[in-house]
Design a protein around this ligand. Sequence first.
Ligand code: ADP
Ligand code: MG
Length: 242
Amino acid sequence: MSVLRLSNVTKSFGATQVLRGIDLEVNEGEMICLIGASGSGKSTLLRTINLLEPIDEGEIWFDGQDISLPDVAPQPIRRKIGLVFQSFNLFPHMTAVENVLLAPSRVFKRSKKDLLPEVMQLFEQFNLKDRMQAYPDQLSGGQQQRVAIVRALAMRPRIMLFDEVTSALDPELVSEVLDTLLKLKAQNMTMILATHEMGFAREAADRVCVLDGGKIIETGTPDQIFNAPQTKRAQAFLASVL
Ligand code: ADP
Ligand code: MG
């Protein structure tokens, strides 16, 4: 079953066309990796799905609704689409658990006390239980990013979008965040990741999409994309990163 379907999504910034007719269907429980050179449109694509960028043309269907229509209120949609960025953006004056409780308590109008058991369970699942009371500056980058992921999960999203979530991390901290993504995949979370981690995309993705100049120039299984890319542009990109 498809959770998300983009058809002919087109987006310009001024005179620059940044997305040129993107078609993408994401099925329940699928992990899609978006790869491609810097500037190819990966972040913009994720931001349009989360309704942070209006699109010029095309449609975005999410959970059976065309969310690209101008009269759709963005907030209720965004709550169901978790987005985690490269920078963790935790509130520095709040503990990890306070950071995580903030949005769900406001949005679901539930007390923090009432939410605490399920939030604690998330901290436990992602091996952060002993860090719940820590402030962001007392956490490693990897722990901060994992708390940011837990914070998104506390909203019980239908789909998670990850934009270069390991790019700001010291190399030795990358694997703990990638492990978190694998755990989510094992729980059947539907995910789209923009990533430079080719090894991870190769191992973990159900499908890989290669972006180039605002287009998905190739899509396939990791085996197809990494071992037998069809287009010259995808071959050139992969040769530059592998
Ligand atoms: P990627 O994430 O693959 O590096 P981006 O989606 O960030 O690519 O950017 C795609 C293109 O859109 C780039 O040429 C970038 O300069 C341009 N772009 C992104 N955001 C904006 C913006 N807010 N205003 C103008 N141009 C933008
Ligand atoms: Mg980007």
